[in-house]
Ligand binder design. Structure first.
Ligand code: ADP
Length: 202
């Protein structure tokens, strides 16, 4: 039987990675598109030749990886550059995600979870999944969690939140929403388990 394809998304600090870990504990195979993107732009990564050609060697660190800080600054300042980068990386992510999903299918996993931060923005990704799971919380909680987790200043977290899809838009594409606010980890685990059982039996 073909595994259920679940698209998982949520704003920064919503608890998306925590939820993906809980889904894996239930038996899901995880395809982490952020991890794929990082591997593509690591030293020797498959995206690096095209990035060097498009942006020049000033975007490539001495070890051959993408200079993430520089690229982030450029992408914030220049939407065209951001689009050019996405045009290089997104098709490669799509190919690798497909390969990972095929491997998960061969391994007999009952579901594949695609962790896709840009699911709301991407009609293409939404068409590839059977269910969309959104992890949601208030912006105040996002800020608190990311400041605690990553040690970022509040302004940086706010800037990322503003760059991401609006909360309402994200919620509008959901088949299910986990409101991860003032939930203990045990309560979160229980919600994830309930949803998993429901989706795999329907
Ligand atoms: P995301 O992947 O959406 O950026 P994470 O899953 O990394 O978010 O969660 C952000 C931080 O908040 C992590 O340190 C995580 O352990 C913590 N966290 C998430 N959900 C809860 C919760 N329900 N209770 C306590 N801490 C949580």
């Amino acid at each position: 039987m073909r595994p259920l394809h679940i698209g998982l998304t949520g704003g920064i600090g919503s608890g998306k990675s925590t939820v993906s870990g809980l889904l894996v504990a239930q038996g899901a195979a995880l395809v982490d598109t952020d991890a794929i993107a990082r591997a593509l732009t690591a030293p020797g990564g498959a995206a690096m030749p095209a990035i060097g050609e498009a942006f020049g060697m000033q975007m490539v660190s001495s070890d051959g990886a993408l200079d993430r800080d520089r690229m982030r600054a450029l992408a914030f300042a220049d939407p065209t550059a951001r689009k050019r980068l996405e045009a290089i990386i997104h098709p490669l992510i799509g190919d690798q995600a497909q390969q990972a999903a095929d491997a998960a299918e061969r391994s007999g996993a009952p579901a594949v979870v695609f962790d896709v931060p840009l699911l709301t923005e991407s009609a293409h990704w939404r068409a590839r999944v059977n269910r969309v799971l959104v992890v949601d919380c208030t912006p105040d909680t996002q800020i608190q969690r990311v400041m605690a987790r990553s040690g970022w200043p509040k302004e940086t977290v706010l800037r990322v939140i503003q760059q991401q899809a609006a909360r309402e838009r994200r919620r509008a594409i959901a088949d299910a929403i986990i409101f991860n606010e003032a939930l203990s980890l045990a309560a979160l685990e229980k919600e994830v388990r309930g949803l998993w059982q429901h989706w795999l039996s329907h």
